[in-house]
Design a protein around this ligand. Structure first.
Ligand code: C5J
Length: 230
């Protein structure tokens, strides 16, 4: 008998064989400044409801994941208060009046330790869940994420969070190049721009799953419930 059987998840471009114990949930940048109505994203005129629709599916998935006792990891985009890890090219990008490190509606923008840089209360990490502070868009760049995954024997990732075409896509591409299999529940990722969200998902699953697989959290939770009751 196979001691570590996979569970089949209905997905695109074909089903995903999830390997319990070797799969981690990676929740990308569900930060107050990106998602809350009084945050920096909203201040720039973005429609935060496009991101907020992901909160409830993420909450349900995280609860199911924790109930299995599986590893969940959270990321936050952010920089040191002295900006020593902020490339000038990133600081000036967009030519906006207010940029990273300046005072924003919830403290200094994307600075570690500031209220706006923290994770929204609905998805707040449990004490035993690693939180990765990342200076870039991809979660592997200049972080200890890969080391943590290796220590836990992880070879698969369920990737959720925001935004679909920026930090989620960047992280999945980095993960794919490092040999991780990535599954994305489409309702658990979001973008301020619906067309970029749709394209971002298509890019992942195109060409036979060139970067990974797309599913819906209902499929994942249903499969997890089956293991829970077997
Ligand atoms: C993320 C961003 N998290 N859009 N950041 O996607 O700048």
């Amino acid at each position: 008998m196979n001691a570590n059987p996979t569970i089949e998840i209905d997905a695109q471009p074909y089903s995903f064989g999830l390997s319990p114990g070797r799969c981690a949930l990676l929740v990308i940048d569900m930060q107050r400044d990106f998602l809350e109505p009084g945050g920096f994203g909203a201040m720039l005129g973005n429609d935060v409801s496009q991101l907020r629709r992901t909160i409830e599916p993420n909450r349900r998935l995280l609860a199911a994941w924790r109930a299995q006792g599986w590893l969940a990891i959270h990321t936050r985009e952010g920089h040191r208060p002295d900006l020593s890890d902020l490339p000038p090219a990133k600081k000036i990008r967009g030519r906006t009046q207010t940029t990273i490190g300046d005072a924003g509606p919830m403290g200094r923008i994307l600075i570690r330790g500031e209220p706006g840089q923290d994770i929204i209360p609905e998805l707040y990490p449990a004490a035993n869940e690693p939180v990765i502070d990342k200076p870039g868009k991809g979660a592997f760049y200049a972080t200890d994420l890969q080391l943590i995954l290796q220590q836990h024997g992880i070879s698969q990732l369920v990737v959720t969070g925001v935004t679909t075409e920026v930090c989620v896509n960047s992280t999945i591409r980095e993960a794919n190049d490092r040999g991780y299999e990535c599954l994305v529940p489409e309702d658990c990722v979001g973008s301020y721009f619906p067309e970029f969200h749709r394209a971002g998902l298509k890019m992942i699953a195109a060409q036979g799953g060139i970067f990974g697989w797309i599913t819906h959290s209902d499929h994942l939770i249903k499969a997890m419930n089956v293991i829970g009751t077997s």
